[in-house]
Design a protein around this ligand. Structure first.
Ligand code: SF4
Ligand code: SF4
Length: 171
């Protein structure tokens, strides 16, 4: 694996085309930090616990459990509506920080592999390493909200799934 400041040191091009490939049609995870839950609950005028019950699912990884957004029966993200993200301004950090995830910016092969799915990667605005590093640091700082209690799904069958904004290994 290349160092984080390896191939990405000179910056990476990305501009979202809003094609929605990362929000629809495939199973996957959108993991939430405590700050994400607070922001999204406020947007829906709900208490955090009610927001978690209505819109989130606990995912069991064995040693840890995290909350991910629910999906619709057609595998669209619960918040994808009418051609786009219905919570765009309050979307989770995982979505907001894509594609500047540690797993992608530390490996040219991973970046190029993901770029075959996402048409925005490799084109458009050049994002400098200083900005990319800020996204990585923010992901590390916010972390993930750990799920508690007995009620949980085991979604391990979806690990490594194709939804772009749902890499469970990314921190
Ligand atoms: S797949 Fe890439 S270009 Fe398409 S909506 Fe997602 S981030 Fe944007
Ligand atoms: S919350 Fe994220 S995955 Fe869901 S529709 Fe919005 S941008 Fe897409």
């Amino acid at each position: 694996m290349e160092k984080p400041d390896g191939f990405a040191r000179s910056g990476l091009r990305f501009e979202c085309t809003r094609c929605s490939k990362c929000c629809r049609h495939t199973p996957g995870y959108v993991f939430l930090s405590a700050a994400d839950v607070t922001t999204l609950a406020r947007k829906h005028r709900l208490r955090s616990g009610d927001f978690l019950s209505l819109y989130c699912r606990p995912v069991d990884f064995g040693l840890t459990r995290r909350y991910s957004l629910k999906e619709k029966p057609n595998l669209d993200c619960i918040f994808w509506e009418n051609g786009g993200c219905s919570v765009y301004e309050a979307r989770p950090l995982q979505c907001r920080s894509f594609p500047f995830w540690s797993a992608l910016v530390t490996s040219r092969a991973e970046w190029e592999n993901q770029a075959r799915i996402c048409p925005g990667m490799g084109s458009g605005e050049l994002h400098p390493w200083t900005e990319i590093k800020q996204w990585l640091e923010r992901r590390l700082q916010e972390g993930f909200l750990e799920a508690e209690g007995e009620e949980q799904e085991n979604e391990s069958r979806f690990l490594g799934s194709a939804r772009i904004s749902s890499d469970p290994s990314d921190a």
